[in-house]
Design a protein around this ligand. Structure first.
Ligand SMILES: Cc1cc2nc3c(=O)[nH]c(=O)nc-3n(C[C@H](O)[C@H](O)[C@H](O)COP(=O)(O)OP(=O)(O)OC[C@H]3O[C@@H](n4cnc5c(N)ncnc54)[C@H](O)[C@@H]3O)c2cc1C
Length: 474
């Protein structure tokens, strides 16, 4: 190990434990922790106020955790290559390690950083930390080699069979003593955001996992699609900022599965939860192997499919005023909280792509303005999956009927009424009927805050879309 320090540049990996990047940096020298606010960070944070609030809180917590270990975070603003070269000159550092990006813009920035650092005579090491099982481990295990899996089922077969690495960093890492000054920690206002109270950072992430494992995890199979229940883990934002290690989550769940006292339904639930975590890794490796898929359909033949760029009722969808209560509740949940229940995301996204025939990128970019999660690859992968142009290789897209989904997964109307306040006093039996058929709903139509009529006829639109899809794809 060199006597010179080694810089670790934090990005979407805001924690100290089980950290592949920190472990790599620590193997080269005492670690100098740096956080760079460059144009990429500014752009992502300026796009969603709650995302900015999450980042600021998580960076502050990371700095506190470093101070407890006698170190501190050096925050700098500017282009990453110049900032890091400058810090390296000031500290005598031998090189820089960071966690690899999986989205096209991030991967390009990584490549630029690597070459500029190397030209300056510094070592540059991008480490796979975000996924529980890194794309290169999957590729190494794959019999046929190639550029990653395009279908989830064979990917999951391999994923399941691989062990998850562990990087017990607090025991190994030593931080460098440095006289270098830090600029102030980031504040939401610098990204144009108001402060938001947000559960952010490593401690909140650990608490979310503990809450989930204490109850909902063993009923995940039954609860994961019921939006009124807290039946999913709510880990997505924490995972996207790396406030919790995906490896740690997978290891913990795998260990629970081995508990001989579990009921078989409980074990099945935990397996399903692992499948969700594997989906995340799957989309990350897809983004890594196919950078163009961030903006282009993964399926070549679907690149020319004529999705519309707009629709006369697009603004109603954006606002959560489609007249379909489950879709509207989901969109309003997103506006209010920065998160939307996973199953409702699928229904609301399907509505945009199929009922309105609008391009999945319009929906992805719209939700990006509200989501806390900072995961462009997962957003594109999922939107493509729903739109039937990505990795889900079904013959025809799955078009969700929003009313059937509401009756099945929110039969009491609890979720819908929580977010669509105009409907809070409407009897549940009336929710699915035409306004004209129901006296109480018809009355509500005359109020100034009336709930809107359905903006389209779902059955008609679904049939019309499928006809266009068949004509194009067959
Ligand atoms: C149209 C659409 C858009 C989406 N956009 C995003 C996005 O921008 N960013 C994002 O992080 N997730 C996105 N998702 C995936 C998923 O809905 C969210 O991660 C959701 O917040 C998970 O909630 P949870 O943590 O309670 O999930 P849980 O059900 O508890 O799952 C545990 C973890 O598994 C991972 N996971 C679960 N489902 C998926 C999935 N379908 N794809 C990838 N990973 C998954 C997540 O990391 C999640 O935290 C999208 C899904 C759809 C259908």
């Amino acid at each position: 190990m060199s006597a010179r320090p080694f810089i670790y540049r934090f990005t979407r990996d805001l924690r100290l434990d089980d950290h592949a990047g920190l472990a790599q940096a620590a193997s080269h020298g005492d670690v100098l922790p740096v956080f760079v606010i460059d144009r990429g960070v500014e752009r992502r944070m300026a796009s969603s106020p709650r995302r900015a609030a999450y980042l600021c809180a998580a960076v502050a917590e990371l700095d506190r955790a470093l101070r407890e270990r006698g170190a501190r975070l050096i925050v700098r603003r500017g282009s990453a290559p110049s900032v890091l070269k400058h810090v390296a000159r000031g500290s005598g550092a031998a090189g820089v390690a960071w966690s690899a990006s999986y989205d096209a813009a991030g991967a390009q920035a990584d490549a630029r950083l690597q070459s500029e650092l190397e030209e300056a005579g510094l070592r540059a090491i991008a480490v796979h930390d975000a996924a529980a099982i890194a794309p290169e481990e999957i590729a190494a295990a794959r019999a046929s080699g190639g550029d990653g899996y395009r279908a989830f089922a064979p990917y999951f077969e391999v994923w399941r069979s691989l062990a998850v690495a562990t990087y017990d960093v607090p025991l190994l890492v030593r931080f460098a003593a440095s006289e270098l000054q830090s600029e102030p920690l980031p504040q939401p206002s610098e990204f144009g955001a108001q402060p938001h109270a947000i559960e952010a950072g490593a401690e909140a992430a650990r608490a979310a996992l503990a809450r989930f494992l204490q109850g909902p995890a063993v009923q995940y199979a039954a609860g994961m699609n019921v939006p009124s229940e807290d039946g999913t883990s709510r880990l997505s934002a924490h995972l996207s900022f790396g406030a919790i290690s995906a490896r740690g989550v997978v290891r913990t769940v795998r260990a629970r599965i081995d508990d001989p006292f579990l009921l078989s339904e409980e074990r099945a639930s935990l397996r399903l939860f692992l499948r969700s975590l594997a989906m995340r890794d799957f989309f990350l490796q897809l983004g890594y192997a196919h950078p163009r898929s961030i903006d282009e359909p993964l399926q070549e033949k679907m690149r020319a499919f004529p999705f519309a760029r707009t629709h006369p009722r697009l603004d109603a969808w954006r606002a959560g005023a489609t007249g379909f209560p489950l879709v509207d509740a989901g969109i309003r949940q997103l506006h209010e909280t920065g998160w939307m229940h996973p199953h409702v995301r699928a229904v609301a996204a399907s509505f945009l792509c199929f009922d309105l025939g609008v391009d999945w990128r319009i929906g992805r970019d719209e939700w990006d303005r509200y989501l806390i999660e900072d995961d462009p690859v997962l957003a594109s992968g999922n939107w493509q999956w729903i739109a039937g142009v990505g990795a889900d290789l079904v013959q025809y897209p799955r078009i969700y009927n929003p009313e059937k989904q509401r009756r099945r997964f929110d039969p009491s109307g609890e979720y819908v009424k929580r977010y669509v306040r105009e409907l809070s006093h409407v009897p549940i039996a009336s929710l699915g009927v035409s306004r004209a058929d129901d006296a109480q709903l018809a009355l509500a139509l005359f109020a100034s805050d009336a709930y809107p009529q359905p903006i389209v006829d779902h059955d008609e639109q679904a049939r019309a879309f499928l006809a266009r899809y068949r004509a194009f794809a067959d």
